[in-house]
Write a protein that binds this ligand. Structure first.
Ligand code: R5P
Length: 292
């Protein structure tokens, strides 16, 4: 059995040419079981091209098996046509990445069904249990709030594990940076809220949900927990208006520190290492993955 602790990451070099193109090289990987770890958060296109070139370099250098480990998959929210003339970005990314790899690992997809966009097998890792354990000491009388309908299942998982109740904000997205809310389903009066979501991008969703639950009588104390902390502008202003007592995100995207926000970053390095170790040893992933 190979222990991961005994494996050094292979060297990579990424050069940016004067015209903006990237030149990528990897170290010796011939005959190896290769895992390319690369989130594709902002700058999304640069990170995606880096990933595709790293995969190509490893493939051409003789990797025996190639797994792309993508803690955050950019474009995954584009999982259907928003209008007759829209592209489906998530499908395009899945085609490009899946065509070059033997297997893909992704953490907390926006919509689990996106797995089916990939022609190659996908292991959908579950960061929720890790987040729940970090949130547990911070909440007591809280109501777990889904900031929109899409987050209800996640809210129910937090609530079941923490022994709390659930409420849901009625949200409508107006644009990439604007949402409006139409009240809250469930009783939040006099209770502090724990807002949970898969990602914080511009922060509009969390800020609107915070305002909605406070308008519905929730107490000012607020905890926010999300897997992917993208923090695209104007997230800093949005999170300041939400004013959470605690803001937890994982390290699937390395953006929390640069945002300057007082975040608590929950590492999923152990989850990735455990998953990679089990895949390498051909063992089942069991509870590390999420189905449905
Ligand atoms: C939407 O369905 C997602 O689950 C998130 O709520 C959303 O993408 C967050 O984006 P933003 O922070 O820009 O509102």
């Amino acid at each position: 059995m190979t222990s991961l602790a005994s494996i050094d990451p292979t060297g990579t070099s990424i050069e940016v040419f004067p015209d903006g193109e990237l030149g990528v090289e990897v170290g010796v990987v011939r005959g190896a079981d290769v895992y390319v770890v690369q989130p594709t958060g902002p700058p999304v296109h640069e990170r995606l091209v880096e990933l595709l070139l790293l995969i190509d370099a490893a493939r051409r250098s003789g990797a025996a098996r190639l797994t792309a480990v993508i803690p955050y998959l950019g474009y995954s929210r584009q999982d259907r046509r928003a209008a007759e003339g829209s592209a489906i970005g998530g499908r395009v990314m899945a085609d490009a990445i899946g065509a070059a790899t033997d297997r893909v690992v992704i953490v907390d997809l926006h919509a689990p069904a996106t797995e089916a966009f990939f022609a190659t097998p996908v292991e959908h890792l579950d960061a929720v249990p890790t987040l729940i354990e970090r949130v547990r000491p911070l909440v007591r009388e809280h109501v777990v709030v889904a900031p929109d309908l899409g987050a209800v299942k996640r809210a129910e998982r937090f609530a079941a594990a923490l022994g709390l109740t659930v409420a849901c904000v009625r949200k409508r997205r107006l644009s990439g940076t604007e949402v409006e809310t139409h009240g809250v389903e469930g009783d939040v009066r006099g209770r502090p809220a724990l807002i949970v979501d898969d990602m914080i991008s511009t922060g509009a969703t969390v800020a609107a949900a915070a305002a909605a639950v406070r308008a519905a009588g929730a107490s000012p104390d607020l905890v926010v927990a999300a897997t992917h902390g993208i923090f695209a502008p104007p997230a800093v202003e949005a999170m300041r208006s939400a004013a959470p007592r605690a803001l937890l995100v994982t390290d699937t995207v390395p953006a929390a520190e640069a945002s300057g926000l007082a975040t608590e970053v929950v590492s999923i390095a152990g989850l990735l290492a455990d998953a990679i170790g089990r895949m390498h040893r051909e063992e089942p992933l069991g509870g590390l993955v999420r189905h449905g």
